[in-house]
Design a protein around this ligand. Sequence first.
Ligand SMILES: *Cc1c(COP(=O)(O)O)cnc(C)c1O
Length: 400
Amino acid sequence: MPGFEVFGEEEKKETLEVFDTGVLFRYEFPEQRKGVYKVREFEEKFAAYHGAKYGQAVTSGTAALKVALTVLGVGPGDEVITQGFTFVATWEAIFDAGAIPVFTEIDDTLNMDPNDLEKKITAKTKAIIPVHMMGAPARIKEILAIADKHGIPVIEDTAQAPGAKLDGQYLGSFGACGTFSFDPVKTMTTGEGGMVLTSDEQTWRKMSEYHDHGHDHAQNPGGRGGEGRSFIGFNFRMMEIQGAIGLAQLAKLDTIISEQKKNKQALKAVVQKMPGVSFRNILDEDGDSATFLAFMLPDSEKAKAVNKVLGENGAGAVYFADNTWHYYPKWEHLLNGLTLAGSGWPFKDQDSRRRVVHDPEALPASAKIIGRTLVYQVPVKLGQERLDQITSAIDKAAAL
Ligand SMILES: *Cc1c(COP(=O)(O)O)cnc(C)c1O
């Protein structure tokens, strides 16, 4: 999965070009920067790679979600639907935009169940965020059809799936916006950073302004100054060094994915030997970015027993049912309404009664699936020694 596995001379070279100009800021200083605009170039290349017209670089994947929600007009009183299996950032951004997150079940894709989505749409639903978890697609076409029927925009949280496709089209290019993360453990990384893709010019212009205190970069490209502001903004700007690293990493994305595909096949061939095992439904095997191998045992008792043996033999898998960062019933701060705001916002209303309550038992279908799922992260570099270790651990678990 992580792009840091392939850091090399390319990242160093790109970064040094920034220091040669002395301009770390993505805007202004036209003489000093000698034509070097790393963030802008990264935006253009990342968008073109994914088949979108515009890219807006920001400080993180969480910021990307916040920016996308804000420019789509989401605010207090609104609801945004996402899935109960995702990183906490997805719903942190929904709260930060002032809205309330509503969670759907996942299905055998380990992503949003479109049938449950349809049931959870209300008059207050102002955006839908399917998450392409672990490098492979949600049922984005079905989700878009439902969203279109209700006139609700879709933001694809593509933080875990740059370079992944469904039927030849890149994930993150289907919805009104696609958001990406370049944090330290993602498929490609800039240390910190994020991107929002869109093919709608107005949406891009709003993002460009909002993420930089309202500065209008369309009328005043590269600069900032005399122009007025159309609305209140914030600062989510990416810096040149991140843009430089992003360019080097993007150039390696195809190689990262093809190496992961090979390694995933090798791991799958080993895991397949286990009696009763099945695999996550990947809607498009060709388009899989192969960052993770998710496999299911017949029930949660079996999954836990298998993972105990794997762990004892140095090859433990991730058991998301116990993971406190990615799975709804484990989000105690959400479930208990914990916030730093003295008023109790966003869980409490003006009259200080608790209005927003999330029931830990609300997603039984997801619990059934997650409870029997084990996950291996697929490295870009998988040595024979490590593969042998996993093979021997799986052989022991298979004998259970
Ligand atoms: C990593 C991640 C994010 C947040 O990205 P950061 O850059 O770490 O803020 C959002 N959504 C998902 C699904 C992620 O995995």
